[in-house]
Design a protein around this ligand. Structure first.
Ligand SMILES: [Zn+2]
Length: 190
């Protein structure tokens, strides 16, 4: 009886996979399909350290997902790289939090990515089916993280083609997920 139930669920998953348009899907490093218009943001809080990871389809950030073909494409990618250098592109923390950015890493924008990671299975390089994820990771140190009650998630205003952001927050006394859309950009921490 339990076996039949398990088969039923597996069959349903296969059916759903078949229905989803192949053009809108790609494998992300997490093995989940990437869907245009949807981004992910994770905030990990540890004492005074805040790690922010932002993952989005390149299509939503640059307007295209192919290899840069001309000067205009290369310029767009350079501008995107510049924009993503500061965490304010995705999250705005109150000044009272006293945060400083220790490092910013951007992957998925082409040849300037970590060449030493080429053989890494987790590396978000261009997939055969033409989709690319951009992953921006920021490490911050904040003097007063505990005082922060709300965080403004700026992803939706920085990148208007992104229609929803799945946010996950992991901290010493909190663990939750929120989906932000439209004008709903404030993330309440407490
Ligand atoms: Zn794509």
């Amino acid at each position: 009886m339990t076996d039949e139930g398990a088969i039923g669920v597996a069959g349903l998953c296969l059916a759903l996979t078949a229905i989803l348009p192949a053009a809108a899907l790609a494998e992300t490093p997490q093995g989940q399909p990437h869907v245009h218009g949807k981004a992910n943001l994770s905030l990990v809080i540890e004492e005074t350290a805040l790690t922010i990871e932002f993952t989005a389809p390149l299509h939503d950030l640059a307007g295209f997902e192919h290899e840069p073909k001309d000067a205009a494409d290369r310029k767009a990618l350079a501008q995107l790289r510049e924009k993503l250098k500061t965490p304010q592109a995705v999250v705005n923390l109150p000044a009272s939090a006293g945060c400083g950015t220790r490092s910013a890493t951007i992957e998925g924008l082409g040849s300037n990515d970590h060449p030493h990671d080429r053989d890494d299975d987790d590396h978000p390089e261009r997939e055969d089916h033409g989709h690319t994820d951009v992953i921006a990771t920021y490490a911050l140190t904040c003097s007063a993280l505990k005082s922060v009650s709300t965080v403004d998630v700026t992803v939706l205003t920085t990148f208007p083609t992104i229609i929803s952001v799945e946010v996950t927050v992991l901290g010493p006394s909190m663990q939750f997920a929120r989906k932000l859309t439209g004008a709903n950009t404030l993330l309440r921490l407490r």
